[in-house]
Design a protein around this ligand. Sequence first.
Ligand SMILES: [Zn+2]
Ligand SMILES: [Zn+2]
Length: 328
Amino acid sequence: MAFETHGNCTACLVEGATTETWDDQAACSRLGVAVASRCRMCLRTTEGVSSADTAARLASGDGCPQCGATLDDACYEAHRCPFCGATADARETEPATSFPSPADVARALERWAEEEGLHDADALLSASFVGASVAALHAALQKREVIETTFDVADFLFSAGAGATAGSEVSAREPSRSDDAPDTIRAPSIPSLRRVGGAREELLALASVAAADGEASPEDHMALRRAATKRNHPPLLGDDIRVWRPAELDPPATLSRREELLEEMLQMAWADGQFDPSELRIVRDYGRAWGIDPERLDAMVQVYTFGDVSRFERWARRLALFLFPARS
Ligand SMILES: [Zn+2]
Ligand SMILES: [Zn+2]
């Protein structure tokens, strides 16, 4: 089955700019390389190739395409099977466009915005580039600086929106928020005098997940920083990064905001690359305290733990979700 993720562009250095297609029938994907990738900014494209492509038939299962051995994350990252030596690589099919003038940047953004169904380049800039100007972006591209974005990568991963091409075979995993998952119908009765939480409280809830299994890992810290940036809030420091009980924090004002935050907490649980029972317990505690229907919470957990997908798919999705460490 094919699926899509987003990743960092190694040519223009815009975070989350590439759309990557994976297929468990393809040798390259089973060695950690996307079948195809396209940068929505510089339009560089690559295709995955593998030494196992010449094999008469691929090994069955989702292990090494050549010898069938079960591969771990390190093998995916190295794009090489240590047992039989099969390798994979991303081969450039279209080079990156350069952006000599701000007008070139503006044109690229217009095109990208149109692809995303956004009104114009300004809409894209304010939604995903922390409001950077065309001139600032142009300067960063010229200097070859990494360009941070606030693409909600999880949205790309868990909804069929944004990157998915209409009518294509590729479909992002639909969380079927409205179909399968029962809605939390009744808003819980939060005492009316109670204050509601803002960005800081949301970050503390996320920190609770990060600290659930003991010490927050460097990946957890990175994910927390990103969550703070997204909220225009200074990053949490030292003592704030601990397990906070739901009762200690004022909850987000609306039910839908509480659900969104719970989803973000589930994503946070993936930041260190594994889903720990203690992290899940925290999310459930918050869900209960915030009046989220337990069945709905179960449905969310199902989606965010990637249910029963192949090993490389879980790896690729997790990589895209927590992203951006794979910068070389
Ligand atoms: Zn690019
Ligand atoms: Zn092998």
